[in-house]
Design a protein around this ligand. Structure first.
Ligand SMILES: *Cc1c(COP(=O)(O)O)cnc(C)c1O
Length: 392
């Protein structure tokens, strides 16, 4: 899914324009800009698409998660519950706030399981981070309900699902805050970039200040004369990324229509194979970046994988994915079962993730691309048919 594959003249023109105006930074120099604010336009496009009241551009999706947690006041020793099946950045963002990651189980749709989350909530729990993994929404109805019931903010890690929806609402815009990533491996990229969505003005202000050294941004005074709200960091997005982001947001509908059509074509061709596609809480909102089948057993998944490869197209077994499953994170395991800034970390050993492991060992996956050549589509169909025959 590398987003740069779909770059064309619009991206070239957008970047050229920023360079020609020599305004590559987003803040300050107001009198020299002629009213051009590309990062702001990017944020406005994200707000227009999702209906979120606020959007903040930051350097990447990981920074977006950190800024969201910081904005919510997450501090040393707080617990944040998230999924063992996510890109490692989710857990890293919690650790970056000196907070304790607490990992739940996953449900049939491979999202964080709300029932497992409820069992983990205690007085230290200060945020819950469902992750919309590999194109598909977590069970947001339940997370919204849990957030209300326990008065705990829900932070959606929507880094992988720009444009994806859940019951008609855009992923990232449903919880207290939500994050998008535009890194080089996502379907839409700006090189590196992130957006945080929220409806909460106070939270937005805190995040806005924190991501830029505490600057209380204004356009009517020099940047040096702005007020300082407190200590922050520098996770500013720049105007080159902002300009690419404006183009990326325009491409959301086209890109989604294309990749969804590809996925539908493949699934239609596999209808009679007996393969069970990954269940979803809202199939319509799937961003279709991944084609996943749940096999009856881990052995069947292995047989599927071998036969698919033999037939010309390899696939992954998700449990083996070292960057997206906590079972593989040695550095996290070393943090487990220790005193940690006044709190105690749970064990992060693989035996605590048996439930997720069992599910993910049965999940086989092909990655899909925008503008996927028809030969590749046919190869996936052939491979999946061979896999089904061998495994079911
Ligand atoms: C990509 C990703 C991130 C991090 O985004 P970056 O822009 O690469 O920092 C966080 N969470 C998930 C689920 C992701 O896929």
């Amino acid at each position: 899914m590398p987003g740069a594959d779909i770059f064309g003249v619009e991206e070239l023109q957008a970047v050229k324009d920023v360079i020609e105006r020599r305004m590559v930074h987003r803040y300050g120099s107001h009198h020299l800009r002629g009213g051009h604010y590309k990062t702001e336009e990017f944020e406005q496009a994200a707000m227009a698409l999702t209906g979120s009241k606020h959007a903040l551009g930051v350097t990447n999706g990981t920074a977006a998660l950190i800024v969201a947690l910081k904005g919510l006041g997450i501090k040393a020793g707080d617990e944040v519950i998230t999924s063992p099946f996510s890109f490692i950045a989710t857990v890293e963002s919690i650790v970056a706030c000196n907070a304790v990651p607490v990992l739940g189980d996953i449900d049939e749709a491979l999202g964080l399981d709300p029932d497992s989350v409820e069992k983990l909530i205690n007085e230290r729990t200060k945020a819950i981070m469902p992750v919309h993994m590999f194109g598909v929404a977590a069970n947001m109805d339940r997370f919204v309900e849990i957030g209300k019931k326990y008065n705990i903010p829900i932070v959606e890690d929507a880094c992988e699902v720009v444009g994806g929806t859940y019951k008609g609402r855009y992923l990232g815009s449903i919880g207290k805050a939500g994050t998008w990533s535009f890194d080089p491996n996502k379907m839409l990229t700006v090189g590196e970039g992130g957006i945080i969505l929220t409806d909460d003005e106070d939270l937005y202000n805190k995040m806005d200040y924190y991501h830029d050294h505490g600057h209380m941004h204004r356009k009517d005074v020099d940047r040096g004369a702005e007020g300082k709200s407190g200590l922050g960091v520098n996770y500013r997005l720049n105007e080159l990324q902002g300009a690419l982001g404006v183009v990326a947001m325009k491409k959301v509908p086209v890109v989604l229509a294309d990749i969804r059509a590809t996925k539908k074509k493949i699934l239609d061709a596999l209808k009679d194979t007996g393969l069970k596609p990954r269940p979803m809480h809202d199939p319509e909102g799937d961003t279709a970046t991944h084609l996943i089948f749940i096999m009856p057993t881990a052995e069947a998944a292995k047989k599927f994988q071998a036969a698919a490869k033999e037939a010309g197209m390899g696939c992954a077994i998700i449990a083996e994915n070292t960057w997206h499953f906590a079972k593989h994170w040695d550095a996290l395991q070393e943090m487990g079962g220790k005193d940690f800034l006044g709190a105690k970390t749970p064990s992060y050993m693989p035996d605590t993730m048996r439930q997720a492991d069992e599910m993910l060992k049965r999940a086989v996956m092909f990655g899909l691309d925008v503008n996927m050549p028809s030969e590749t589509v046919e190869k996936i169909i052939t491979a999946a048919k061979a896999g089904a025959k061998a495994a079911l």
